[in-house]
Design a protein around this ligand. Structure first.
Ligand code: SAM
Length: 189
């Protein structure tokens, strides 16, 4: 199974109608659309991207599916998470998806960067509810992505595992450059 499909499977098992969720990297809008479908009419999806083109494509995908009403599009970096998520939602987010790297079919020089990704991951773990799920899809197949993947994995595996349960879905036979998924479950007190 592809890592993108695995991420959707994990998250769909986790969510219920009415949940608040975040797509930290909107890109072409596939993950935002998936999340909007999962949370139902009473749910809220925040969707972040730094590129106007990604925001435009995601909006149009949502409009086509008539699901725009439950999605808040945020044209800013995910490192600014706490400036956007409303106070009642902070600490009550059920799932957050990061799909790192660059926009497929877009400008490959605009990519997620290890410094801002790590800042965003720290904030993401804070705004998850107890029992919430974080998924991070890493792309070590390009130079910046390789460094970022190493730092992301080191950070997520160094978390206190009594509080945050980290699972690395990279198989032993997987090539070093293949995309891989990591999830973190925020444990209940
Ligand atoms: C691999 S794509 C995401 C794919 C997307 N989730 C989908 O379903 O189509 C990565 C996206 O991250 C965006 N990005 C780069 N830096 C970012 C940042 N600091 N905050 C939010 N998004 C960022 C890029 O513009 C790009 O659109």
């Amino acid at each position: 199974m592809k890592s993108t499909q695995l991420a959707h499977q994990l998250v769909s098992d986790w969510l219920e109608g009415g949940d608040v969720v975040i797509d930290a990297t909107a890109g072409n809008g596939h993950d935002t659309l998936f999340l909007a479908q999962q949370v139902g009419t009473d749910g809220v999806v925040y969707s972040f991207d730094v590129q106007q083109e990604a925001i435009r494509m995601t909006r149009s995908r949502l409009e086509e599916a008539q699901l725009s009403d439950r999605v808040i599009m945020c044209e800013t970096g995910h490192e600014n998470l706490e400036e956007v998520i409303s106070a009642p939602h902070w600490g009550n987010v059920s799932a957050i998806m990061f799909n790192l790297g660059y926009l497929p079919g877009g400008d490959h020089s605009i990519t997620t960067l290890k410094e801002t990704t790590l800042t965003a991951l720290r904030k993401a773990l804070e705004c998850l509810r107890d029992g919430g799920l974080l998924t991070v899809l890493c792309y070590p197949g390009h130079d910046e992505g390789l460094e970022e993947s190493v730092e992301v994995l080191t950070f997520l595996e160094s978390l206190d595992q009594a509080q945050f349960l980290t699972t690395n879905y990279r198989g032993e036979s997987t090539s070093g450059t293949a995309p891989f998924l990591v999830s973190v479950q925020k444990c209940s007190e």
